[in-house]
Structure formats: structure tokens, C-alpha cells
Design a protein around this ligand. Structure first.
Ligand SMILES: NC(=O)c1ccc[n+]([C@@H]2O[C@H](COP(=O)([O-])OP(=O)(O)OC[C@H]3O[C@@H](n4cnc5c(N)ncnc54)[C@H](OP(=O)(O)O)[C@@H]3O)[C@@H](O)[C@H]2O)c1
Length: 329
């Protein structure tokens, strides 16, 4: 098969298709012919050599954390899938390819209403958002959450899931165009962090109480204000560190207001945990993806020869929602 292999790290030009051996499914794997693959921030880091794949290291380092395609073969212990099924899957790598193998419990059926391109926009950001809202932040209907980067892939998913679940979503973003998008995804209130301090807006909107949870991708630059934006017993979920990973905090704030800071990463989790998450997500969110309450947000679809351009667009923060590579038409 053809795949994009990271033989060297660097600029988007290193993303070149080459021939590699076809993957062979194990007893619990699906062999999937990929039609579309999602681009993620982690892929940008991996391309630069800053996010190595988990052990055991594959012979060929193929990026790509999610895909949508058709099952062409199943291992002997696979349950619930058969050749011909349309599936979307969470991967630890290997999505920038024509074929991939994936444990069947990391795959979900694609709802009939969704295309392969739309389905490839789901696994990474919707699973991350679902996990952050419910399993990390433990939010309940009636709670309020502040979602940073409200027009990002994860942000767009989190705001939609929050709205559908009766959780009030507020969002930050860096431009009017992105604020408008965040509103459409479900944010009831939005703030342009380039023009105003989000902390002041949150305090004003909440009458000084703060929010029950913050979903953060920014890290370093926001840590202090994120903690100050939380209500007593609030939970800060660290999902990314776009501004840097190191920050000092006043531990006194944690004590006096009984705050919690939690980190989360999907790729490095033990396989069993990932499988449990995918199955729970499928049960709770699958029906909402099928009836259109939750919609994957596609910013742009790139051909298989334009993967470098997709990386450049994401690096420049120009996307609203997901960038997708159409591997096969
Ligand atoms: N932990 C996990 O398992 C997991 C899974 C998926 C994604 N992530 C992380 O979640 C984050 C979002 O991913 P995504 O795919 O949704 O990204 P995305 O669609 O590319 O959006 C990221 C947005 O963040 C904003 N941003 C970038 N740098 C910023 C900074 N220094 N300060 C404030 N805002 C900044 C930009 O929007 P504005 O123009 O509005 O600033 C940018 O468009 C990334 O850090 C990614 O690595 C983590």
C-alpha cells in the first residue's frame, strides 16, 4: 500500500507518500480500507519529531490518529463487524495511509447520514471532548463550562455535546469569525481573548461565582486565570498546552476553593481504557450523531497530495473545525 512515512522530521515537505508493506490484521483487528483521515495538532508535533509514537515503535512511522473507511477483513475474534461495514476508528497512528488495522473495540459504525469525510472528523475530537466533559470534568445538566479555542476541532465538539446535554457552554476564540462559529456550535456567551480578559467576562456572566469546569488547550499562559475562573469545587481539564507546558500556581487557591486540575491525553492511554471510552461514547453519543444533534465540523477537505497544505493551515490557526484528507474517492 501507499502511506505517508516519517523517514525524517521537519517542515510539511517531509510528508510524502511511499510504498510500504500492507498491514496484516491480528485476531481482534479490523482491516480497514481508508477513505478519509483526520489531521490533528499532534500530527504537526509528530512531523517535527516532538511526539514519538507509543511503544512498541512501528517499523514505519505513519502519522494519523483517526480514519473512516470500509472493513475489508476481520480477525477471528472480532465481534459485531463484518467485511463491507463502514467504520470510523481511533488510531494510535497509521491514518495517513490507504489501509490500516485497528482493534475492533476502537472502531464504531458510521451513521448512515454521514459521509466518510464527515466520519473521519469525529473520533479524535469528539472522544476527547466527551471524555473531558463527562469523565474528567464530571459535568451534569445545569452546569456551566468554559471552553477555550471554541472554534477548534475539540472546542466545536465540546460545545455541541454540552448544548445537547443541557450544560451551558461559554467560549473563547481569537477572531470575530471564530466567535460566530463558536456561537453556532452552542456557546451561549463568547469572548475574544485578544481584545478582552476572559476572566473578567466569566466573572461578570456568572455573577462572581465562576464556572463548574474549564476545558483548556492553552496551558501556561492561562493557568492562573483558568483557576480564578472556576467556581468552588470546579475542575480544570488540561487537554493541550499550546502556549507552553510550564506554569506556577498559587496552591492556596486550590485549597481554599477545593479546586481540581486534571490532565488528559488519548493516545498514550492503555488500550483497554481507550476501548472502554470508545464503547461508552458510542452508546451515549452515537444516537446523537445519527439523528444530527451532533455534527462533525469540516473546515476543508484536502486531496491526498495536499497533506502538507493541511498541516500549514492548522499551524497558522486558520481552521474552524476539522481538516480532512480524502485518501480515496
Ligand atoms: N489530550 C488529548 O487527548 C487531545 C486530543 C485532541 C486534541 N488535543 C489538543 O487540543 C488542542 C486543540 O486541538 P484541535 O485539533 O481542536 O486544534 P485546532 O482545531 O487546530 O484549533 C486550535 C486553536 O487553538 C487556538 N490557539 C492556538 N494557539 C493558541 C494560544 N497560544 N493561545 C490561545 N489560543 C490558541 C487557535 O484558535 P484561535 O484563533 O481562536 O486562537 C487555534 O485555531 C490542541 O492543543 C491539541 O493538541 C488533545
Amino acid at each position: 500500500m501507499k502511506a505517508i512515512v516519517l523517514n525524517r522530521y521537519g517542515a510539511p515537505e517531509v510528508l510524502q507518500w511511499q510504498s510500504v508493506p500492507d498491514p496484516v490484521p491480528g485476531p481482534e483487528d479490523l482491516l480497514v480500507e481508508i477513505y478519509a483521515a483526520g489531521v490533528n495538532r499532534a500530527d504537526l508535533l509528530q512531523r517535527r519529531g516532538l511526539y514519538p509514537p507509543p511503544e512498541p515503535r512501528p517499523t514505519h512511522e505513519i502519522p494519523g490518529l483517526e480514519c473512516a473507511g470500509v472493513v475489508r477483513a476481520v480477525g477471528e475474534r472480532v465481534l459485531g463487524f463484518q467485511p463491507g461495514d463502514r467504520v470510523m476508528a481511533l488510531l494510535s497512528g497509521g491514518g495517513y495511509a490507504e489501509w490500516v488495522t485497528v482493534p475492533y473495540r476502537l472502531a464504531l459504525p458510521i451513521p448512515d447520514r454521514l459521509s466518510f469525510v464527515e466520519a473521519a472528523a469525529i473520533p479524535e475530537v469528539f472522544l476527547t471532548a466527551y471524555d473531558a466533559l463527562f469523565e474528567r470534568a464530571e459535568l451534569q445538566p445545569g452546569d456551566t463550562v468554559l471552553v477555550h479555542a471554541g472554534a477548534s476541532g475539540v472546542g466545536s465538539a465540546a460545545l455541541q455535546i454540552a448544548r445537547a446535554s443541557g450544560i451551558t457552554g461559554w467560549a473563547t476564540a481569537g477572531s470575530e469569525r471564530k466567535l460566530e462559529a463558536a456561537r453556532a456550535f452552542g456557546a451561549e456567551k463568547v469572548v475574544n481573548y485578544r481584545q478582552e480578559k476572559f476572566l473578567e467576562r466569566v466573572q461578570e456572566w456568572s455573577g462572581g461565582r465562576g464556572v463548574d469546569a474549564v476545558l483548556d488547550f492553552v496551558g501556561q499562559d492561562y493557568l492562573e486565570d483558568n483557576l480564578k475562573a472556576l467556581a468552588p469545587e470546579g475542575i480544570l481539564v488540561i487537554i493541550g498546552t499550546l502556549s507552553g507546558p510550564t506554569a506556577a500556581i498559587n496552591l492556596g487557591w486550590l485549597l481554599s476553593r477545593r479546586l481540581t486540575v486534571r490532565g488528559t491525553a488519548l493516545r498514550s492511554r492503555p488500550p483497554e481504557q481507550k476501548m472502554t471510552l470508545v464503547q461508552r461514547f458510542g452508546q451515549r453519543m452515537g444516537p446523537w450523531l445519527a439523528d444530527g444533534r451532533l455534527k462533525p465540523v469540516i473546515d476543508q477537505v484536502f486531496s491526498r497530495d495536499e497533506v502538507g497544505s493541511a498541516h500549514e493551515k492548522m499551524e497558522a490557526n486558520r481552521n474552524i473545525g476539522k481538516l480532512i484528507i480524502q485518501v480515496r474517492t
